[in-house]
Design a protein around this ligand. Sequence first.
Ligand code: PLP
Length: 398
Amino acid sequence: MKKEDPISRRIQELNERYDFLREHDWYYYLMCSDKLLGSKVRINGREMLMLASYSYLDLIGHPRIVGAAKAAIDEFSTGTHGVRLLAGSTRLHEELEDRIARFKGRSAAVTFSSGYVTNLSVISTLCGHTDVVLSDRLNHASIVDGCRLSGAKFVRFRHNDMDDLKRKLEEAPPEAGKLVVVDAVFSMDGDVTKLPALRELCDRYRAWLMVDEAHSLGVLGPTGHGIEEHFKMPGSIDICMGTLSKAIPSVGGYVAGDFELVTFLKHVSRAFIFSAALPPPAAAAAKEAFDVIEAEPQRVKRLQENTLHFIRKLNGNGFCTLASETPIVPIICGSAENACEMARLSQKEGIFVLPVISPAVPDGACRLRACVTAAHSIEQIDWAVDVFVQAARKAKLL
Ligand SMILES: *Cc1c(COP(=O)(O)O)cnc(C)c1O
């Protein structure tokens, strides 16, 4: 029996779209791999080139990091004894937070169970209904959700448009608390936020600056220390947020900043107080990964070389990649059908790459979203571009 209430209808609508994509062989989400290491992924027994991984520095499976996780299991086992504030803090958690603080050049850091939860909790802990949060239009969903949860006035400014931000800061009540929050690298377009202008505006209007480094940690800056290193502006961000699930091969999220800010978050943030500590092996793996990034700078170099080569080669073949200058490379296809067809043809040839369609991106800017990592060879990248060119010709996009 078909149910007619609004909740059932919502579920049915999504399922109709799902069925439509599956019938056209256009559905590539939730694909299960049975092996996933380096530049290759095996799906249903078939080996494919991985072009959708966030493991930017190819640290998944690194012997030092695996060893640190195993040692942590031997010493502390797998579970936690509850939340950090009470019985859940171990030596490993403290070492991880010290390591993050040192890596980011800050006096302290605090970790949470995921990057998503970090944004949700940090923004809603710092801001309330008398404040204004100003957020770039292309910010990650976890930032948007954090702003909404906070109850603050939620103001969105045009993507990377500093004049628009300035106008909106001017319009905010002078007495209100203000927080400007941006992605360092935008997760769908791969372009970089304008840190110098942001710092200047935040100083002028006495606003706090929070930057989400999910896709810039290990990626930007000559030694992968992130966006402040990229712009040669150490110490310019008030709230350095990041995740431990991308370049860092673990799970969790963090904020690095002043000792006082971190103390505040550790005693007021509900996600810190009411949710369990990171599992010991996850904490140990993350800490070791920061050491490895500094010990093996060639990984960052390789990633940056691969990025440059990939973007140049795509552009040289006539593809639009927007303003990306990072390993996240959007290959613009136009309609959702075009993007899905490009994905189908590329997957057929053995490339694991995914389409991004609305509502995640605007309707006419549907795309393949390809990510290069330090694991790729130049030959693999060249081959991938050749496959994209062939697919685009077949789909009549080039
Ligand atoms: C992935 C991502 C997050 C969430 O991090 P998780 O650790 O996966 O929860 C937050 N912000 C941005 C910009 C991201 O890309």
